[in-house]
Design a protein around this ligand. Structure first.
Ligand code: 4BW
Length: 150
């Protein structure tokens, strides 16, 4: 990667590439698991952010953790889905970014996660940064650099 490309990556901010909150499927912390599973299946995503009633980021929930919770000895106990709430099973210890973080920091975090939530200084949810967005940007930078050397 050329120095110019590296400089471009370093000067691009998370806010430039994130999917903004209004386009992100999410669930609320007090929703029953049944609703969360419905959102996950209908949206097609493996995991989505969890927000409180003021739209502050509180965690992430995925299909696998829900299905594990209702896994009985011989069958899925689907009746449990309406008794349990999202906050009982969600992951609370999650990486977080702000819009002002550099793309390089975002890239380092995305090595271990398919997406990272973006929030403001008061914890309000701003959106997500995905692996797809990073890969698209890197591809664009490589293509531009190649064109410049031709
Ligand atoms: O519905 C989909 N539309 C599109 N265009 N692509 C999808 C869709 N569902 C999955 N994909 C693709 C993306 O490339 O499969 C990848 C893995 O999906 P995932 O993790 O396991 O559900 C997607 O990669 P990505 O765009 O880099 O997204 C990484 C993760 O970010 C997804 C999902 O957990 C989350 N995510 C992405 N867009 C989201 C979202 N969560 C909620 N709302 C969104 N709009």
């Amino acid at each position: 990667m050329s120095t110019l490309q590296e400089q471009h990556l370093a000067s691009t901010m998370v806010g430039d590439l994130m999917i903004s909150s209004e386009k992100v499927a999410h669930v609320q912390v007090n929703n029953p698991l049944e609703h969360a599973l419905l959102v996950l299946v209908k949206s097609g995503y493996s995991a989505v952010p969890v927000l409180d009633s003021s739209y502050r980021l509180v965690g992430i929930i995925g299909k696998t953790v829900i299905l594990n919770q209702i896994l009985g000895l011989e069958r899925f106990e689907f009746e449990k889905l309406s008794d349990m709430r999202v906050h009982e099973v969600m992951s609370k210890d999650i990486p977080q970014l702000t819009k002002e973080d550099t793309l390089v920091k975002g890239m380092n975090t995305l090595i271990n996660y398919p997406f990272v939530c973006v929030r403001d200084k008061d914890g309000y949810f701003d959106g997500i940064l995905t692996r797809r967005a990073i890969l698209k940007q890197i591809k664009k930078d490589i293509y531009t650099a190649k064109k410049e050397t031709e």
